[in-house]
Design a protein around this ligand. Structure first.
Ligand code: 13P
Length: 252
């Protein structure tokens, strides 16, 4: 099986429209061939239309950082997956640990969001990952496996084959303390084995699993060399064009 590497920058709550436009203009013409790697950025809803316009016609995929699971209605402050899709959004990140922790997103919400994203013709990037306490207690595999099973419940084999799962240990996010190559491989394999148990090995062989947590130009090649790591979800190191482009040097 061959899974195309997929590198995604997650801007989180950073950049205004001018900064977002300047970033996209600085990177679009410098991306490696889409034969070698798929590249995307997940951006705040407030700059989504600016980013989509600037990225139009390029190989740069655009993701939203969240959406609601209903298409319309009395849900003040939420973002419609239907409208995200109509705008031209390719992917939606769901279940990021920051959303689980600060905005109380549950496994059940994430499962409903995944279904809504597929219903609107986009693909989810589903985040999972354990706390330091869970990691130190030796319960990371059990915990992350549970998150993955809950997020994917009721999806079809075809849907699961096409989506992306990002394993991001919470203790490695924004801390500069990245997971070891061994831990990243071991946990991305746990994610894949969970998909195999729930949907069969053929589906597990197709699903793309990313590692996230203090990924930088200096350490990305080591993760990408792991057999079960198909890509990276990158926060801090994705914010500047030079650093973002340097993340893609591993394909050379
Ligand atoms: P950092 O790369 O800044 O650690 O963030 C990781 C992350 O949360 C990406 O979604």
């Amino acid at each position: 099986m061959s899974r195309k590497p997929f590198i995604v920058g997650n801007w989180k709550m950073n950049k205004n429209p001018e900064e977002a436009k300047a970033f996209v203009e600085a990177v679009v013409s410098k991306l490696p061939s889409s034969e070698l790697v798929e590249v995307g950025i997940a951006v705040p809803a407030l700059v989504l239309s600016t980013v989509l316009a600037a990225a139009k016609g390029s190989n740069l995929k655009v993701a939203a950082e969240n959406c609601y699971f209903e298409n319309a209605g009395a849900f003040t402050g939420e973002n419609s997956p239907k409208v995200l899709s109509e705008m031209g959004t390719d992917y939606v990140v769901i279940g990021h640990s920051e959303r689980r922790e600060y905005f109380h997103e549950t496994d059940e919400d994430i499962n409903k969001k995944a279904k809504a994203i597929f219903a609107n013709g986009m693909l989810p990037i589903i985040c999972c990952g354990e706390t330091l306490e869970t990691y130190e207690a030796g319960k990371a595999a059990e915990f992350v496996g549970g998150q993955v099973s809950a997020a994917l419940a009721g999806l079809s084999e075809e849907q699961v084959s096409s989506l992306v799962i990002a394993y991001e240990p919470i203790w490695a996010i924004g801390t500069g303390k990245s997971a070891s190559q061994d831990d990243a491989q071991k946990m991305c394999k746990v994610v894949r084995d969970t998909v195999a148990a729930d949907f069969g090995q053929a589906v597990a062989d197709k699903v793309r699993v990313q590692y996230g947590g203090s990924v930088k130009p200096e350490n990305i090649a080591a993760y990408m060399a792991c057999p079960d790591v198909d890509g990276a979800l990158v926060g801090g190191a994705s914010l500047q064009p030079e650093s973002f482009l340097a993340l893609l040097d591993f394909v050379k």
